[in-house]
Ligand binder design. Structure first.
Ligand SMILES: Nc1ccn([C@@H]2O[C@H](COP(=O)(O)OP(=O)(O)OP(=O)(O)O)[C@@H](O)[C@H]2O)c(=O)n1
Ligand SMILES: C[C@](O)(CO)[C@H](O)COP(=O)(O)O
Length: 221
């Protein structure tokens, strides 16, 4: 099986704040995008990596290179950025892994779990089960306890049969929360694989410190 990876890095990171989009800010000596791309370039089963960037970030030279990855311009939404990446992957690839550049701490086991599940499924994605009690609240007050049974927190990389996910994106150009949502809209069954608590998405300002701690605790970053 020929596997490609798409790293989406074209967002503006508004919730994280700062002058520079979160995926380009200094993180453990590099950037979140650097670590995300590195994880897939180094993976022995992945033979092509496509990095999707905002056009202005490409023009500003934010990607320092140094890895064998194709760079392509993204779109206004995450789904449009993924679509741009998918259109760039050569049709002789069988499967594609779609990953957020904002998930710098992605680890080998999580990627391996998705690839293993793709041997028997057309779609597979990592997640962690919700273990805390869940509340619905308004104006700082608890209104209701929500049943957590069967609830998961979705992560990336989300993996797919290339032709099937490309067809799903073409069928639903309005997009969705993530590629799993589009796959399900197109009728695909999606297997849940083990995620990891450290595979965080840098979303809020405080997430940088946590990501930095996780990365610095690893050897040879
Ligand atoms: N138009 C977009 C929007 C998002 N992304 C990417 O999708 C990933 C996950 O999205 P999210 O965390 O929501 O990033 P942003 O959209 O940048 O964040 P925010 O919503 O806070 O602005 C990120 O790596 C982001 O760069 C993208 O490639 N193109
Ligand atoms: C794809 C994703 O990372 C799964 O957790 C997520 O959907 C990204 O976007 P969000 O805007 O933070 O929901």
């Amino acid at each position: 099986m020929k596997i490609a990876a798409i790293i989406v890095a074209a967002g503006r990171g508004l919730r994280a704040g700062g002058d520079t989009p979160k995926q380009w800010r200094p993180l453990a000596g590099h950037s979140s995008t650097y670590f995300a791309v590195q994880a897939f370039v180094r993976h022995p089963r992945v033979s092509r990596v496509v990095l999707v960037m905002n056009g202005a970030d490409i023009a500003a030279g934010l990607w320092p290179g140094g890895f064998d990855a194709d760079v392509v311009a993204g779109g206004e939404t995450r789904s449009l950025s993924v679509r741009a990446g998918l259109e760039q992957v050569a049709p002789d690839y069988d499967q594609v892994l779609i990953h957020d550049a904002a998930r710098a701490c992605i680890m080998r086991d999580v990627i391996d779990g998705v690839i293993a599940a793709l041997q028997s499924h057309k779609a597979a994605a990592p997640a962690v089960a919700v273990v805390d009690a869940l509340w619905r609240g308004t104006s700082g007050h608890v209104e209701q306890t929500v049943d957590r049974t069967g609830l998961f927190r979705a992560q990336t990389p989300q993996g797919f049969d290339l032709k099937a996910i490309l067809a799903a994106h073409r069928q639903f150009p309005e997009g969705g929360a993530d590629d799993v949502e589009l796959a399900r809209l197109a009728g695909m069954d999606v297997a849940i694989t083990p995620g990891h608590e450290d595979n965080i998405k840098i979303t809020l300002p405080e997430d940088f410190e946590r990501a930095e701690r996780i990365l610095r605790a690893r050897d040879g970053h």
